[in-house]
Design a protein around this ligand. Structure first.
Ligand code: SF4
Length: 312
């Protein structure tokens, strides 16, 4: 049987609460090969960020979560790893860059000190090389700075260089360009593409931006309400989306409400709610069945999958 770098099967995440567990996402399945780039596309509240965090069980400490399903990474079942094994996985194999890089850095220590923690046994020359590789021309001076002295673009490059120090096999970039201007966005995307090409690492990019998806992805998963509603090759899916939500998101059809404002009916809690298809209240193709039953994901041919009763 073919072994992928990452294979996720039937993954479901709930927020534990004494009254009733609340689902955040449900029945997520996908795989990723080495060197591939996967895009998670969808609105705020669709479960994208917590899905990526679930891959190494990196959950916010303030909540307690219940997770089920399978996450196989290089043949190992992530849900069975110990805390120490997970720490090593995050340190050496799967690295993250977050959407607000300055908040992800420790405000009280200089960049050099933070690089030394990220680098494990590596020498300062390796830190400087990583900073140069992330497009910082004068790394020695940046190592002496505190995070508040960095611009947003510089902070994102520092985060990227810390992630790259470990030569990870998978980089997860959560809205990597949402806090920078257009010109800087192009530079960061180009940098990520170049690094991915030269290193052969896989990437998962979380975004709601179609240009980022086009620039970075091989395959795209469109998420809505804690479920994957459509999956396919980026170019093909964005050119001819099948799911009504994906059609509105990509502009193939006018949105019945501002798509950018379309969020979970329960705030951050994506997958719970009234029965039926999550998109029913906004869907131009809605029929009676949609209000009572949740559609299964079906094979739409040519590697496409779609979760809609009436996609044809
Ligand atoms: S299942 Fe029904 S409501 Fe949901 S996207 Fe398809 S047509 Fe629209």
């Amino acid at each position: 049987m073919e072994q992928y770098l990452l294979e996720v099967q039937g993954l479901t995440l709930s927020l534990s609460s004494p009254q009733k567990p609340t689902k955040i996402f449900e029945d997520i399945s996908f795989h990723l090969d080495a060197g591939q780039a996967l895009i998670l596309l969808g609105e705020s509240g669709s479960g994208k960020t917590l899905l990526t965090r679930s891959l190494t069980r990196l959950f916010p400490a303030v909540h307690s979560f219940r997770i089920s399903g399978e996450i196989m990474y290089r043949g190992r079942q992530v849900l069975e790893l110990t805390e120490e094994e997970l720490r090593i996985l995050r340190q050496r194999e799967i690295r993250y860059i977050f959407q607000e890089p300055i908040r992800a850095l420790n405000p009280t220590s200089r960049i050099g000190e933070q690089m030394s923690l990220a680098a494990e046994e590596k020498e300062q020359t390796a830190w400087e090389e990583a900073l140069r590789c992330a497009g910082i021309p004068d790394p020695a001076s940046v190592l002496r700075l505190f995070p508040h002295q960095l611009s947003m673009g510089m902070a994102q490059r520092v985060m990227l260089s810390m992630a790259l120090l470990a030569n990870p096999s998978l980089l997860i970039a959560d809205e990597p360009t949402s806090s920078v201007d257009r010109a800087l966005r192009r530079q960061i995307l180009k940098l990520l593409q170049d690094i991915q090409k030269s290193s052969g690492m896989a990437m998962i990019v979380v975004t709601h931006d179609l240009d980022v998806a086009r620039a970075m992805g091989d395959r795209v998963l469109v998420m809505l309400g804690g479920r994957i509603v459509e999956a396919g090759q980026v170019e093909e899916l964005l050119r001819a989306p099948l799911h009504p939500y994906a059609r509105q998101l990509t502009g193939a059809e006018p949105a019945t409400s501002p798509v950018g404002l379309f969020a979970s009916r329960t705030g951050d809690i994506a997958a719970d709610g009234p029965p039926g298809c999550f998109f029913a209240p906004r869907c131009p193709k809605v029929r009676e069945l949609c209000w009572t039953s949740v559609p299964e994901s079906v094979n739409a041919g040519n590697g496409r999958e779609v979760r809609c009763f009436f996609w044809k």
